[in-house]
Design a protein around this ligand. Structure first.
Ligand code: FEO
Ligand code: CA
Ligand code: CA
Ligand code: CA
Length: 743
């Protein structure tokens, strides 16, 4: 008989994968950084801020000559824009708060039907048909306008549209099951009911759903032929340089050309030909591996270690162990142990088929999703495009969300031809299957370099710690290639985006904290990740960069394919009443926040930036939130010494690290727009082409509930209220006067 230990006991033992450090490389070792910090400190004290500002100007000159015009335009755009809403107050209520004069409506929550013949979701765990319902844990999403004929993409289409919505995970608490999950968590070795596994597999992935404009807002069209789900069971094609690699051979696809499912679909991207890019983030924890390690090669073990695929674990979901399963292969595919004599007889390689950017054509439900291996394999947070320019390569930016991981960009080999805008997946084959993947090095002087991840780079070809077999191996083990190349460890890269006004690239670094101590204790500091001193619940702590920051850069000569750039820190998160050494951006009650995660530039209102939080450090004061921002430009602030006080590292006392900052954040340029219900994160945003409607996702309200079944122990009942189980949901936000959102 399956046992059911208290769900909170199980959950407490689950370590969030992004909070683990799997990067043992010496990139930016602490002593080197300490030396630089000391030098920087002397220079800073001697020259004071005028010298530092001059140095910043100097680094800025590289791009200034060619981008004066752009910067001028940016300054104009950001001064021209003004917020037209009053900031909302911080809140711990179980409600969704938007500014006065705005309305938020739930459009599509977990389990809601995607077809008109599907019954309403009962939200009691008895509905098992998630293949025809919205998945769980709504994350990134994108709006694709439908043309008048209703048969293809129209970027300006506002009457009808397809929303692509990521469903990152299935709620740990098991709200989708009648009585919570059975034999759940990595420590369980008993079998799980197949019905539970099937439901969880189907609750992951992507929803494609048609919405129609109605009275200034949008409603779901449940009769649309486009509505469908892509799940953790959907057959996917593997494309690009790693296709047919022996490292991708499985019993399902001995030639390494296909795999089943997309997993942990977190942030996203889109292409200039109207397809959706969904990105596989924390896939490593889904796999069972219980084996004698001497049966695996040193390279296999190095790869498992670097990506966090542990031994003696079943993954949190325990999907490989189904009781009373019909097609056992469906469950065995989650077991990466070596169980047969050949790789095409088991699933030892299946983890290599996850961690990719996956292209989906929303307008062609029968087109197989394509895993685009040229963009590299890691905990892919998203894949954000720079503007497509005719005759230039296409460029996409990505973050790898785990402690001390890297920032990446992909530059296509093919040059953009606007005639490809209607070619769908065929255009994907042309632009996304060949190109160069780079990892970023952020130098201490405010400049940076893009390091090519290819065997043509001698640091990779001659890397002593891992002998790369071929370019496929480099892409499959992109983290190891980036170690070899010398990329800069970052404080958990989450979302990125490109400012359409001036081409500046933004990236949130959500935080860098581990349960066993912060970055100050275990990991190095560098100029781009300079802070580990914080205040949490009124106490100062040296447990890491608790509140996170947002970095940004400008590519040399404004060319996104360039291999060098200039960077600064746009914003540091902090509570408003923290000491100035913590609240470095001068946040106030109208805009203080912690742990930035979602980041998205409006296309309808160029220069308007949205920031969303996924926080656990300021939640005694406020639930997670969304802020509107009017950012300036890279280099608009000055050099700054970050004082990390009295931190016991190397017995060395205070640590000072020089960084470069953007302007302070007054409420005129950063203002809180939304606060979510209890224990949620705000993630995912898109808009109607005219900017009068935004779509926002509320993920995992009630995440810290003490029970899966007892309403008295739920911390949220949003959005249904009463005694209901909480659900993730997409909400539609409109302005009551029909105007553009926020400005
Ligand atoms: Fe799924 Fe890093 O957020
Ligand atoms: Ca995120
Ligand atoms: Ca989260
Ligand atoms: Ca997050």
């Amino acid at each position: 008989m399956a046992k059911k230990p208290d769900i909170r006991t199980v959950l407490k033992k689950i370590v969030n994968p992004e909070d683990e450090n799997h990067n043992p490389s010496n990139n930016d070792s602490f002593n080197q950084v300490l030396d630089r910090a000391r030098l920087g400190r002397r220079g800073f004290l001697k020259g004071s801020s005028s010298l530092a500002a001059a140095a910043m100007l100097g680094t800025g000159l590289a791009f200034a000559a060619d981008s004066t015009k752009q910067a001028g335009k940016a300054a104009k755009a950001s001064t021209a824009l003004r917020f037209s809403f009053n900031p909302v107050a911080k809140s711990t209520a179980d409600t969704l708060v938007v500014p006065e004069g705005y309305t938020a409506r739930v459009l599509l929550a977990t389990g809601d039907p995607l077809k008109s013949n599907v019954t309403p979701y009962k939200n009691d765990g008895t509905d098992n048909d998630f293949e025809v319902r919205a998945g769980d844990h709504h994350d990134a999403m994108h709006y694709f306008g439908l043309n008048r004929a209703g048969n293809g993409w129209d970027p300006n289409g506002s009457e009808r549209a397809l929303l692509c919505i990521n469903h990152e995970v299935c709620e740990d608490l098991g709200f989708v099951h009648p009585n919570g999950p059975t034999n759940y968590g990595p420590e369980r070795t008993e079998a799980r009911p197949a019905i539970e596994i099937d439901k969880e597999v189907a609750a992951h992935g992507v929803t494609v759903v048609e919405v129609a404009k109605q009275g200034g807002t949008y409603v779901v069209n449940r009769d649309s032929r486009y509505n469908h789900r892509v799940t953790a069971a959907t057959r996917c094609q593997i494309s690009g340089p790693a296709r047919r690699s022996p490292m991708l051979a499985t019993a399902f696809s001995p030639s390494g050309e296909q795999t089943r499912g997309t997993l942990n679909n977190c942030a996203n991207g889109y292409t200039p030909w109207g397809t959706y890019l969904t990105c596989e983030e924390n896939w490593a924890g889904y796999f069972n591996r219980r084996e004698d390690e001497s049966t695996r090669t040193a390279k296999e073990l190095a790869s498992f270690k670097r990506y966090g695929v542990g031994n003696e674990t079943s993954g949190r979901y325990n999907w490989s162990r189904a009781e009373a399963a019909g097609n056992t292969d469906l469950y065995q595919r989650w077991d990466v142990s070596k169980t047969a004599s050949r790789a095409n007889q088991d699933y030892r390689n299946v983890a290599n088929t996850f961690g990719w950017v996956v292209e989906i054509d929303p307008f062609n439900p029968s087109a197989m999703p394509q895993k685009r291996t040229a963009i590299g394999r890691f905990a892919h947070e998203g894949c954000w495009p720079a503007a497509a320019v005719e005759g230039q390569p296409l460029v996409f930016y990505s973050g790898d969300d785990a402690r001390n991981e890297y920032t990446y960009k992909f530059v296509s080999a093919a040059k953009w031809d606007p005639r490809d805008a209607n070619r769908g997946m065929a255009a994907g084959n042309k632009y996304l299957d060949a190109g160069t993947l780079y990892a970023a090095k952020f130098n201490d002087d405010g400049t940076g370099e893009w390091l090519p991840l290819t065997l043509a780079n001698p640091a990779i070809a001659n890397y002593a710690d891992y002998d790369f077999a071929d370019e496929a191996d480099v892409l499959i083990n992109a983290r190891i290639a980036a170690d070899a190349a010398g990329a800069t460890k970052m404080d958990r890269p989450e979302w990125g985006g490109v400012n359409p006004v001036n081409g500046d690239v933004y990236l949130t670094l959500t935080n860098n904290v581990s349960s066993s101590g912060g970055r100050g204790v275990k990991t190095p500091l560098n100029a781009a990740n300079p802070r580990y001193y914080a205040e949490v619940k009124g106490e100062t702590t040296s447990n890491g960069n608790v509140n996170g920051h947002v970095i940004r850069w400008r590519e040399a000569e404004g060319n996104h394919a360039a291999t060098s750039f200039t960077w600064d820190v746009y914003l540091f998160g902090a509570q408003a009443d923290a000491a100035p050494d913590v609240n470095l951006s001068g946040l106030s009650a109208e805009n203080d926040f912690s742990s930035p995660d979602g980041l998205w530039f409006s296309a309808a209102v160029p220069g308007l930036l949205w920031l969303q939080t996924d926080d656990g450090y300021y939640t005694d004061t406020t639930n997670c939130m969304m802020l509107a921002a009017l950012p300036g430009t890279v280099g608009d602030g000055e050099a700054k010494m970050v004082n990390n006080k009295a931190v016991p590292i190397n017995g060395d006392g205070d640590q000072q690290v020089k960084t470069y900052m953007g302007q302070a954040a007054s409420p005129r340029v950063l203002s809180r727009f939304l606060v979510g219900p209890r224990d949620c994160e705000i993630t995912g945003i898109t808009e109607s082409p005219d900017g009068t409607v935004i779509f926002v996702n509320i993920q995992h309200p009630g995440e810290n509930s003490e029970s899966s079944t007892d309403p008295a122990l739920f911390t949220s009942h949003w959005p249904d209220g009463g005694n209901a189980r909480p659900r993730s949901a997409t909400v539609v936000i409109t302005r009551n006067d029909g105007g553009k959102i926020a400005v």
